[in-house]
Write a protein that binds this ligand. Structure first.
Ligand SMILES: [Fe+2]
Ligand SMILES: [Fe+2]
Length: 334
């Protein structure tokens, strides 16, 4: 049936912008080569599917409402969409949709112009946003923990290892995690202990064992960390950080929860604990064990891995530990 439409739309399909033609119910009838090149989807994969296939939550709801209202009244509509390409990357485009009547049926012709081609300064590309977010979070993490001289290196190692681990975990269990989500986990990992900035030094660095009230104070650091992040978010007041911060918050609040429910602060267990926190808790412990601290010697990688394996299903999510073990076995932890 789509070949039947070619004579009517052939000219439009030759535009160098991405072009998509849908039927009245917004099912895709035709796409052009530019659309295939930009989105990474072949025509054969998308034809017959809903045009909302590439949608993200980043395009405001009102945009769609305005679009549907205009098209419903047989009016053309223009606006800006943030869609997702096949590879997971975002694609910002200015789109014009025009209703066409062919053989008594209405079709919608959408022409997308990529906004990524605008000059820097007019448009914040995803990499630049990611870098800005990453640097801001790093500065924040380091300044919160400035009292601990070794902290910057610990934070950087935690971040690197989180990146390796989240990617390996995704591969190993073939989860197809969203790359943007994985980037947020990596960026957020650096913030896990920002709440420690409010813990008195005498307790934080006390050699030997802690009194019960001291332990209670230390265990407040996840909640304090979330308060700090909330204050900063209130100041920034920019939706660019909304999703970024929600992942970071889960890491801050839950990185001391344990798989068996015996952790703190909320005693969550198993998959109640957000994945990002399950990953960072494994990384944090592994790095603490394999680093020399004033009060402890450095453990070998092998000994640290053995401890994590022993804690599978108790302190840690077994799958996350298994993913770390494969990194160890392939020599990627050196
Ligand atoms: Fe912590
Ligand atoms: Fe840590």
């Amino acid at each position: 049936m789509n070949e039947r439409l070619y004579p009517y739309f052939n000219q439009l399909l030759h535009l160098s912008d991405a072009v998509i033609i849908t039927d009245e119910r917004h099912h895709i009838c035709l796409v052009n080569e530019s659309y295939e090149r930009i989105t990474g989807y072949h025509a054969a994969e998308v034809i017959g599917k809903r045009a909302g296939l590439l949608r993200t939550g980043l395009t405001p709801k009102q945009t769609y409402e305005h679009m549907y209202a205009a098209l419903h009244n047989a009016q053309p509509w223009s606006g800006v969409f943030t869609n997702r390409k096949r590879c997971g990357q975002l694609w910002h485009s200015s789109i014009t949709i025009t209703p066409y009547v062919v053989e008594g049926e209405t079709y919608y012709v959408g022409v997308f112009r990529e906004l990524e081609q605008l000059d820097r300064g007019y448009y914040l590309d995803e990499n630049r946003v990611g870098n800005l977010q990453g640097s801001l979070l790093k500065v924040l993490a380091i300044s919160c923990e400035i009292r601990d001289p070794g902290i910057e290196n610990h934070l950087i190692r935690v971040q690197r290892l989180t990146e390796l681990l989240v990617e390996r975990y995704d591969e190993l269990f073939q989860l197809g995690l969203d790359p943007t989500y994985m980037m947020r986990v990596v960026n957020g990992s650096i913030l896990h202990d920002i709440g420690k900035s409010a813990i008195p030094e005498g307790i934080l660095y006390k050699p030997g064992s802690l009194a019960p009230y001291e332990r209670t104070i230390i265990e407040m650091h996840p909640h304090i960390g979330v308060d700090i992040l909330d204050k900063i978010y209130g100041e920034l007041d920019d939706e660019l950080f909304e999703h970024e911060f929600s992942v970071a918050k889960n890491i801050i609040l839950h990185h001391h929860e344990r798989w068996d429910g015996s952790g703190y602060p909320l005693r969550l267990k198993e998959e109640e604990i957000p994945l990002e926190a399950r990953i960072v808790s494994v990384v944090d412990v592994y790095d603490a064990l394999t680093t020399k601290r004033p009060y402890k010697e450095k453990w070998s990688q092998k000994a640290a891995i053995e401890l994590l394996v022993e804690q599978k299903g108790r302190q840690f999510d077994s799958d996350v530990v298994d993913a770390l073990v494969t990194l160890y076995e392939s020599g990627l932890l050196d």
